[in-house]
Structure formats: C-alpha cells, structure tokens
Design a protein around this ligand. Sequence first.
Ligand code: NAG
Ligand code: NAG
Ligand code: NAG
Length: 293
Amino acid sequence: MASRFLILYVSSLFLFFYLAVSSKETIFDVRNYGARGDGDRDNAVAFAKTWGEACHRSHGSATVYIPPGIFYLRQVTFMGPCKNSITFMIKGTLLAPKNPYVIKQDQWITFLYVDNLTVTGGGLLDGQGSHSWPLNDCQKNRKCHALAMNMGFSFVKYSKIDGLRSVNSKMGHFNFFMVEDFNVTGVTINAPKDSPNTDGIKIGRSKNMHIHNVTIGTGDDCIAILDGTTNLDISEVRCGPGHGISVGSLGGNKGEKDVKGLTKTLSSSINIIVRTDNVIVRETMLLMFRLKT
Ligand SMILES: *[C@@H]1O[C@H](CO)[C@@H](O)[C@H](O)[C@H]1NC(C)=O
Ligand SMILES: *[C@@H]1O[C@H](CO)[C@@H](O)[C@H](O)[C@H]1NC(C)=O
Ligand SMILES: *[C@@H]1O[C@H](CO)[C@@H](O)[C@H](O)[C@H]1NC(C)=O
C-alpha cells in the first residue's frame, strides 16, 4: 500500500517537473504547428498559429523557429501587440507564390503593431519575382496593379533585422512604414539589374533607424527614403547594381511630410561604399539642397 502511494507520489512529481519544464519552453517550432518544408504545401496557417502562441506567451520572451527547408507561403501577417519580446528565426527559405495575384496584400510577409521584435537566422526570402516582372507595366501605366513587396514592418518599435537574405521580390524587398527605433544589419538583398521596381529598402514616416552592413543589388533604388522620415543613420551600405540611395517620390502627393534629420546620413555618407554607379553622390547633394530649403 505504502509503495503504491510512493509510486503515485513519485510519478506526480515527474508530471509536475515535466509541466514546469515545458511551460518554460521558449522555442516555438513551426513544424509542431503543422508546417512542412517541402516547398509545396502552404504554411500560412501553421505560421500564423505558431506566431499566435509565441506572441501570447506570458512567461517571458519567445522564439518562432523556422528550421532549414523550403517553406512555401502564400501570404501572412504577424500581428501584435505581443506579451513580451519576440524573435523570428528563419533558418530555411520562405518561398513566395509564383502567381503574384495570389497575394492579396501589399506585402507578402507583414509584421504589424509589434515591439521588441528580432528577425534573424540568416535564412532566405525568395519572392519568385521573375514570374511577375513581365506583368509589371508601372512605367507606362500610372494605375498599374501594385505587386507585393517581400517583407513589411508597420507600426513596429524597438526592433531589428539582424542577418537575413532576400532575393527577387515582385516589387520592393523590405518596406518600413511608421517604424521607430529599428536597426537593420547583416542583410543581403539581390535582384537582377533589369528587374522593375525591386527597391532594396523603402522607408516612410519612420524615425530613429540605423542601417548598417547591408549589401543591396537590385533593379531599382538601393534605399528609398520617402516622406516623413527622421533621424536615419546609414553606414557601410554596399549598393549596386541599382539606382543608389534616393530621397524619392517627394512632391508627388498631397499632404506629404518633410524628410528631416538626415544630417546624420550626410555625415556618415562617407561610409557608403558605391560599387558601380555614382548616382549616390548626386543624390546626397540633392539631399543637402533639400535640407537647406
Ligand atoms: C519592449 O522593451 C521595452 C524596453 O526594454 C519595455 O519597456 C517594453 O515593456 C517591452 N515591450 C514588450 C511588448 O516586450
Ligand atoms: C540600434 O543601434 C543603435 C546604435 O548601434 C543602438 O544604440 C540601439 O540600441 C539599437 N536599437 C535596437 C532596437 O537594436
Ligand atoms: C556583415 O553582414 C554579413 C552578412 O551579410 C555578415 O556575414 C558579416 O559578419 C557582417 N559583418 C559584421 C562586421 O558584422
């Protein structure tokens, strides 16, 4: 009898430890939520479920883990606010649909209303843009159907991308809108030099961003700084091929805000390594001109 109680006691002790350990689990592997890295099955639901669990974990920070493999993804939005800081670790490849009209939003992968986010892992975003570039008529048609950018961050604060690769976006690669205190480091972006509108990094209405040690070669702007951007610090950016760093698209829309506080960009512009074209130099001067007026 006593031994039976002992067994019960010991096994419930194990159960207790097991629960205690598992509730400390901070890594949320997408495979445990149904994701498959077979390059074929859509992983959007599995990724969204994984994000939901990690984001709402109340006992400390969490990591969404995407292992090596090719994870096909139609489109997905990762929405905050989250309970704690969150890491999105991409080891494998995220593969976009070939057909651009399958994506029903401006960005293939979107992070929205998240603070203290780290996107890392050195993995790859493959936009499969070569299938949609021939459909892009935006040079001729002002009302052209905008195609999705690879990854976008909107209303995201105190966050960073550290170590990520992006290739062949349908339109731009990384889009930042209303972002604050955001660092981009160790990022490599590639698309052919004749691919249309494949901007590397687009920044609008954002402040306190640092862009450091990134390599960008695309068919359009390396970094496009749009209206309302303040305190942007760019250093060790290797651009080319592409159109360099532009303070672009100003003056085209009603109610747009000035680009301010780019003096930091100017003072660090000596750190910008221009590989192929010297458009950057001209545009830096344009930038000074804008600041003076
Ligand atoms: C983000 O980090 C800041 C500064 O450490 C902290 O005050 C804030 O509570 C954090 N928010 C989340 C959602 O983790
Ligand atoms: C971004 O980098 C700056 C300068 O290196 C640093 O002071 C700041 O804490 C960093 N912010 C984040 C969110 O990593
Ligand atoms: C710069 O980024 C590359 C990845 O693009 C990385 O391999 C390298 O270690 C980074 N350099 C520094 C000094 O962090």
